[in-house]
Design a protein around this ligand. Structure first.
Ligand SMILES: N[C@@H](CCC(=O)N[C@@H](CS)C(=O)NCC(=O)O)C(=O)O
Length: 251
């Protein structure tokens, strides 16, 4: 089986795809594309149907999107399974996976705002290990047009970032609930684990958010499923934007 995974450094759904390939024991070639440029390269050069990553070629067939990738991998290599055999359990995993797909947008919006406001070294920290043809420090220091584009494409305005920060506690409550219900973080990992953990992991990259997440089941879960990926954002958010996150965790 010949597999190429196209992604961009630091992308959490790309990490989901990588985790699933590794879990299945499928060898693959990783190709990093520069953010924002992906929007042109993926559909117009590589001829995928839409402009997002993860995008995967598997024996010449194009599969795009983390949900499509989980299903394709299950089809080409059923063992170990990404979905439970029991229909009710499978439905719960699929539902959690779909929720995880929308949960992705929370860190996606705030990280572009952070790249605009944080030191260039923070941005460079996400490029560690990526193969983009130039040193990470240089890319981060000259990447202002990319960051501007990322903020525009993800609507990363002050108002939007403040609103998203206030939504994080409810989203983490949902992750904690899925763990308590046994849908994720079981003995046997599944597609929803690989979908959700990288998003929590990306939230953990923010020094402002880390202490509020680490103490939760969601924090330990993310650390279990995805050993620490590169990337760190130093304290960056105005104090008042973080107040909603400091309220006690729901019992
Ligand atoms: N829900 C989709 C998300 C795809 C997506 O939005 N990916 C982002 C990276 S996290 C992307 O391709 N961005 C292109 C860019 O920023 O240039 C999935 O899970 O596959």
């Amino acid at each position: 089986m010949k597999v190429t995974l196209y992604g961009l450094p630091g992308s959490h759904p790309v990490r989901s795809a990588r985790l699933m390939l590794e879990y299945k024991g499928i060898d693959y070639k990783n190709v990093d594309v520069f953010p924002v440029v992906t929007r042109f390269v993926i559909p117009h050069v590589l001829r995928f149907p839409n402009n997002r990553v993860p995008a995967m070629k598997i024996d010449g067939e194009k599969v795009q999107g983390s949900l499509e990738i989980s299903r394709k991998l299950e089809q080409v290599k059923p063992e170990p399974p990404l979905f439970p055999a029991d229909p009710a359990k499978r439905a719960a995993v699929e539902q959690a996976e779909r929720w995880g797909d929308s949960f992705q947008q929370l860190p996606r919006t705030i990280i572009w705002w952070a790249f605009k406001h944080a030191p260039a070294d923070d941005q460079a920290s996400f490029l560690r290990g990526a193969k983009l043809g130039l040193p990470a420090g240089l890319l981060a220091r000259t990447g202002q047009p990319i960051v501007w584009g990322g903020c525009k494409l993800n609507n990363s305005s002050d108002e939007q970032v403040e609103r998203i920060l206030s939504e994080i506690p409810a989203a983490l409550d949902k992750v904690d609930a899925l763990i308590a219900e046994g849908v994720i973080n079981g003995d046997q990992l599944n597609a929803a684990d690989f979908q959700i953990a990288p998003t929590v992991r990306l939230l953990l990259a923010f020094e402002d958010l880390r202490p509020l997440i680490e103490s939760r089941p969601a924090g330990a879960f993310a650390e279990r499923v995805q050993p620490k990926p590169p990337g760190n954002i130093t304290k960056i958010f105005p104090e008042q934007w973080l107040e909603p996150l400091r309220k006690p965790v729901a019992a």
